[in-house]
Write a protein that binds this ligand. Structure first.
Ligand SMILES: Cc1ncc(COP(=O)(O)O)c(C=O)c1O
Length: 378
């Protein structure tokens, strides 16, 4: 029986030549020519004026928490339906996590629930554009501005996704991207911090360089570099940047293929969704998503788990996604906020289908017919 993997990390083919170039250059550490080439790509294509390539999106999120000067007792509003990275970074600074629910039809944060969570201690809002589908980012910007809060777009899923023609990641004070191997373009592990608020730009370069002013030294602005602030080793190395640059150069073809697969799933499964068997992803009419994730939402947890088993028996790997942070083994005892019913629903009922560059039309059709056969038997 054919086995259909959930993800096969894509290698374009040009990465090897780039890596050989790194070896020839004898520059393996951070801040080399491939790092500069990737950074320029983001600047030119998306207008990200200040951007630091990091070892991961987790690193980029940690940098945000350092740049924000979080103090114990500061509150940060974030979704419970997200990856644990940002929650860890916030807790390390003694911040209080204030979890917001998802929207009813989409796993992204419910923008309308945020204002009631704001107190005099609130410092920031962190919002994830789930699956590269834009949140109502204008509303989030307006709320942050009104209450003088820092807005972070966790854009881990958002490479080449847009809202009203503007790239996701260009709205918040900060945005963080991931290039871990499950992402549309990747380098195994990698990330990007975009700094849209000028006041943090210079310090970001210091924090990323272990708290030294090495960036100024590299630019010839100081005669030696020394310890001037807190920081850590957040910058990507040249081997990873070289790999990533190969992916970035092929991004158009990658995106076109992923969008083709995504649309094929959507169109094939739509009649079943219209018949109420499950829900398909809800899109933002003002946005252009990037086909990062294709998922469906079942009517119950039991149904989702039975569907996973059914697909597995047919050789298909399909996975659920986040488990709510507020009810996790680490945090449940600490959490004293309200029930988050939409978060619970997506934790229990969301199922991601295989989506990667090598997936064929025939495989997508096979997966859709396996889903159809499941719903005719229950
Ligand atoms: C929303 C979100 N934020 C952050 C991360 C962490 O990304 P990374 O693995 O690059 O640290 C992930 C992981 O996929 C994620 O889904």
């Amino acid at each position: 029986m054919e086995q259909i993997e959930f993800n096969i990390p894509y290698a374009v083919g040009t990465e090897t030549g780039h890596i050989q170039q790194v070896i020839a250059n004898r520059h393996f550490a951070s801040s080399g020519s491939f790092t500069a080439a990737c950074t320029n790509f983001f600047k030119e294509k998306y207008g990200f004026k200040h951007a630091v390539l990091t070892n991961s999106c987790t690193d980029a999120l940690e940098m945000c928490t350092v740049l924000m000067d979080l103090k114990p007792g500061d509150e940060v509003i974030l979704p419970s339906y997200t990856f644990v990275s940002v929650a860890n970074a916030l807790l390390l600074h003694g911040a209080r996590l204030v979890f917001a629910d998802c929207k009813s039809g989409h796993p992204g944060i419910d923008e309308d629930s945020i204002e009631q969570l704001i107190t005099s201690n609130t410092k920031a809002i962190i919002a994830v554009h789930y699956g590269g589908v834009a949140l109502d980012i204008e509303k989030l910007c307006a709320i942050s501005k009104k209450h003088n809060l820092i807005l972070i777009e966790d854009a881990a899923h958002c490479f080449d996704a847009f809202y009203k023609g503007k790239p996701l990641g260009s709205f918040g004070d900060f945005a963080t991207f991931s290039f871990q191997e499950t992402k549309n373009v990747h380098c195994g592990e990698g990330g990007l911090l975009v700094i849209n608020n000028e006041q943090y730009a210079h310090r970001a370069g210091i924090i990323a360089e272990k708290g030294t002013n090495r960036q100024d030294f590299n630019l010839g602005l100081v005669s030696r570099y020394e310890w001037v602030d807190v920081g850590a080793s957040y910058k990507i190395n040249e081997l990873s940047a070289a790999f990533l640059f190969g992916q970035l150069r092929a991004a158009e073809a990658i995106q076109a293929k992923r969008l083709h697969i995504w649309n094929r799933y959507y169109n094939t499964l739509k009649p079943m969704a219209d018949a109420g068997k499950f829900e398909l992803p809800m899109l933002n009419g003002e946005g252009q998503h990037n086909a990062h994730i294709f998922y469906l939402t079942t009517n119950s947890a039991e149904e989702r788990n039975a569907l996973v088993t059914h697909l597995k028996a047919k050789g298909i790997s399909a996975y659920f996604h986040y488990l709510s942070l507020h009810s996790s083994p680490y945090f449940a005892q600490t959490y004293s906020g309200p029930e988050l019913p939409n978060t619970k629903r997506f934790s229990e009922c969301l199922l991601r289908l295989p989506l990667h560059f090598q997936l064929t039309d025939a495989q997508v059709d096979y997966i859709c017919s396996a889903i159809q056969s499941f719903y005719t038997t229950i």
